[in-house]
Ligand binder design. Structure first.
Ligand code: AMP
Length: 587
């Protein structure tokens, strides 16, 4: 089906967008200019994300401007101004310093979206430590993998989460020295501290560590297809991208109220749920609760959200309800809606126009890129189904990998190939922690290879086609089939497991496992339920398979590797192709 482009005219803008003419903005763009719009640390002591996000505003007319507005489960609203945020993050940084946690040490937070998470993130950055948030729905196994691979020295969490998911891992994590418990009123000894106690006695003043733009700042784990999660490391200079995309893509203006629905446990929730809006000096809404259509529409209305950043899965959930939100809710403040994380169906783009009063603007990026790289801009025509055009300052190409490992850049329009980005942009990941070979394999010549298959049309719009590897995207979350297979294999009844993403109208893909059982085991519904429960307890509900199918034997190649692609083709009723060349290069 052909979808009509959505044209923009100056009349369609309530506020003049920062990017009005794409070609002209690209022609005049330079990262040096972006750098000049930021501050840098006082006294020329380098660059620090938390200074750009908080302290520089706390010293201006924005000192008493709301920075974060937190919406609690029972109607509680807590508001923090830029000055409040400065003081709270200073206190947290002092807590770290007092514990002997310093530059380059890794601080993890494993918690729901509660204010302490935000203070810890900013305080860790001020201290020059590396901050790594964990998604609170993870089970113990993904948490262990990440804490261990990220060399966690400090973990900030709640007593309940600690007891349920971390305590059992402690012996396997000798590097983890300090547990800061958000809700403990007293220290518990042996490195288990009460965070409120420590915050209470810590000073509100803190001089930010001298940090170089290239010093590590943020760690985010992402999934591979053949190994355990990879820790993508970002540096303080990533703030250039956060700022530039806040300006040109999300289009922040001084009085905006911005709501990013992503959890900080995923890269979007960190870069755009915390950093980018604060760097822009606007007000950021944080909802403590999971998706709930009525609650969400009420938030848009009551908080007068003007810019909204959400995901295709959430939009599809809203679309299913078949209500006309603008008849029931006052959404007149909403001037832009953006979406990321998985393909956005063209009908969703159009639905936004009628239902929300603005088309939905899709954009593309990934953990490794650290910020939005391809986008639909407010002033530019939208081609429903397209991810848009590269951010000014970003060179994107469609490439083909050759057998001799060199690259061919495809110059023809509308030809499918792998999306590559010219390396060197500020928020490009600088390492996979302790996995240099894996990191170097992502680059060929001057290109970073994304692992996504796309095509580019004659006007430079990029269209997503699929992943080049077996990574699963479920509800916008990356899941490694390998991680799920390894967990299934830990069950005594399982001989072999192959895991795929099965297309799903709501989630994009759902995690489906094919399992071959050990001889003598009965394949019945009871065992199926047991395996689902087994994986949910270890991996958490966001990662565990939703469907399990028993098979006598799983298809394997000559090297004995389970052929997930073949399992998927069979699942989809597709013809079985030639799999002899099937390899995942990035792994
Ligand atoms: P993550 O690293 O978890 O943020 O996932 C990044 C991956 O999500 C990309 O490599 C894509 O496969 C997918 N993705 C992100 N944004 C989009 C989009 N707008 N359209 C299609 N796929 C997307």
């Amino acid at each position: 089906m052909h979808w009509q482009a959505i044209k923009k005219t100056p009349k369609s803008f309530r506020v003049t967008p920062h990017l009005l003419d794409y070609e002209e903005t690209c022609a005049h763009f330079s990262w040096e200019t972006i750098g000049r719009e930021l501050n840098g640390l006082p006294g020329g002591k380098g660059l620090n994300i938390a200074h750009e996000a908080v302290d520089r505003h706390a010293n201006t007319h924005l000192a008493h401007h709301p920075a974060l507005r937190w919406l609690g489960p029972d109607g509680t609203v807590l508001e923090y101004t830029y000055t409040d945020l400065q003081q709270q993050s200073n206190r947290f940084a002092n807590v770290l310093r007092q514990l002997g946690v310093g530059k380059g040490d890794t601080v993890f937070v494993f918690a729901d979206r509660i204010p302490a998470l935000y203070f810890a993130a900013l305080g860790s950055l001020k201290n020059g430590s590396i901050f790594c948030p964990l998604f609170s729905a993870f089970g113990p196994e993904p948490v262990y993998q990440r804490l261990q691979r990220g060399h966690a020295k400090v973990l900030v969490t709640t007593t309940q989460i600690f007891q349920q998911k971390v305590e059992q891992l402690r012996e396997r994590l000798p590097q983890l020295q300090h547990i800061l418990l958000i809700d403990a009123s007293d220290d518990l000894g042996e490195g288990h501290w009460s965070l409120p106690q420590k915050m209470m006695v810590a000073s509100e003043d803190f001089t930010i560590e001298a940090t170089d733009p290239e010093d590590p700042a943020l760690l985010h784990f992402t999934s591979g297809t053949t190994g355990m999660p990879k820790g993508a490391l970002h540096v303080h200079k990533a703030v250039f991208t956060h700022y530039a995309t806040g300006k040109f893509v999300l289009d922040f203006h001084p009085d905006d109220i911005f709501w990013c629905t992503a959890d900080p446990g995923w890269v979007t929730g960190m870069a755009y749920g915390i950093i980018a809006p604060l760097v822009a000096g606007i007000t950021c809404i944080i909802d403590s609760e999971p998706f709930n259509a009525e609650r969400w529409y009420k938030i848009l209305e009551r908080e007068q959200v003007s810019i909204w950043y959400t995901s295709p899965t959430a939009i599809r959930r809203l679309m299913r309800l078949d209500i006309q939100p603008r008849r029931l809710y006052d959404l007149r403040h909403l001037r832009a809606v953006h979406s990321v994380g998985e393909p956005l169906n063209p009908e969703a783009v159009i639905w936004g126009q009628d239902a929300l009063g603005t088309a939905i603007h899709d954009n593309w990026w990934q953990t490794e890129t650290g910020g939005i790289m391809i986008a639909n801009y407010l002033a530019m025509e939208i081609r429903p189904g397209s991810m848009g055009r590269p951010l000014p300052g970003i060179q994107a190409a469609v490439i083909r990998r050759q057998k001799d490992h060199s690259l061919e850049v495809i110059t023809e329009d509308n030809v499918e190939g792998e999306l590559a980005l010219q390396k060197g942009w500020p928020s490009m990941f600088r390492a996979y922690v302790d996995e240099d070979t894996r990191y170097r394999k992502c680059f060929v010549d001057q290109w970073y290879l994304t692992g996504d298959i796309v095509r580019r049309d004659g006007d430079g719009y990029f269209w997503f086609v699929g992943r080049a590897d077996d990574i699963i995207k479920t509800a916008g979350h990356m899941v490694s089939p390998f991680e799920v297979e390894s967990t299934l294999m830990a069950h005594p009844a399982v001989a072999e497991a192959g895991v795929i993403g099965k297309p799903d109208v709501l989630l994009g893909e759902l995690v489906k496992a094919f399992v071959a059982l050990k001889p003598g085991t009965v394949a019945d519904d009871q065992l199926r339920l047991e395996l689902i429960g087994f994986t949910r307890r270890r991996l958490g509900p966001a990662v565990a398979p939703r469907e399990i199918e028993f098979q006598n034997q799983l298809p394997k190649n000559r090297a004995g590797k389970i052929m997930r692609r073949l399992l998927k083709d069979r699942e989809l009723g597709m013809p079985e192709g030639d799999f002899s060349t099937m390899e995942t290069e990035n792994e």
